[in-house]
Ligand binder design. Structure first.
Ligand code: DLZ
Length: 169
């Protein structure tokens, strides 16, 4: 497998300017909380490392990944929040709901993002096994939460810079 030896959360190839002033919402699914909690912690640590102020991080919880869409909508309705990270883990072997949940969340948060014109980030693991989830939640393949946090910062900055350019045009 192409990811066999890779830390998938290695962001050395990208540059990020300080994220101070960006306000981030995080919605965390409680299903598979040992995984989603580790992803949440990875995301928060990465946000702080890049200059986001602790009081500018708002975390809410929903029962399962299916509810991430609604949770992200609640956070997007808060005008002070610049970007939202959705964190979940749907393990294929455990559920016949797998395809329904994954498709619904991917489509749902895309719709929310476009409706509110805010970056909503897909920090949802969709592994075949619990081991694969652990490998990506602080294990040998890094932490997908870090990756989601970097993506959120970059997208919030892109939006801000574009809006500034429009104001000055
Ligand atoms: C029901 C269910 C199942 C079987 N598996 C998962 C899972 O692996 N990961 C996850 O985040 N949520 C799961 N859920 C719960 C659904 O996301 C949702 O919370 C319920 O269907 C209620 O709407």
């Amino acid at each position: 497998m192409s990811s066999a030896l890779k830390n998938l959360s290695d962001f050395k190839h990208t540059t990020i300017s300080t994220a101070a002033g960006i306000r981030v919402g995080i919605v965390v699914a409680e299903w598979n909380i040992e995984i989603t909690g580790a992803l949440r912690d990875g995301a928060i640590n990465t946000l702080l490392k890049h200059g986001v102020i602790e009081s500018d991080i708002v975390v809410i919880y929903v029962p399962g990944s299916f509810e991430l869409t609604y949770g992200s909508q609640l956070l997007c309705e808060d005008k002070t929040i610049d970007t939202v990270i959705c964190i979940g883990c749907v393990i294929q072997g455990e559920t016949r709901h797998f395809d329904f949940i994954c498709d619904a969340v991917a489509q749902g948060i895309t719709n929310v993002s476009l409706k509110y014109n805010k970056p909503v980030i897909f920090g949802v693991l969709t592994p075949n096994t619990l081991q694969q989830a652990q490998d990506r939640a602080g294990g040998k393949h890094g932490n997908k939460g870090d990756e989601a946090a970097v993506t959120a910062i970059k997208m919030a900055q892109l939006k801000k810079s574009y809006e500034t350019r429009l104001v000055n045009a």
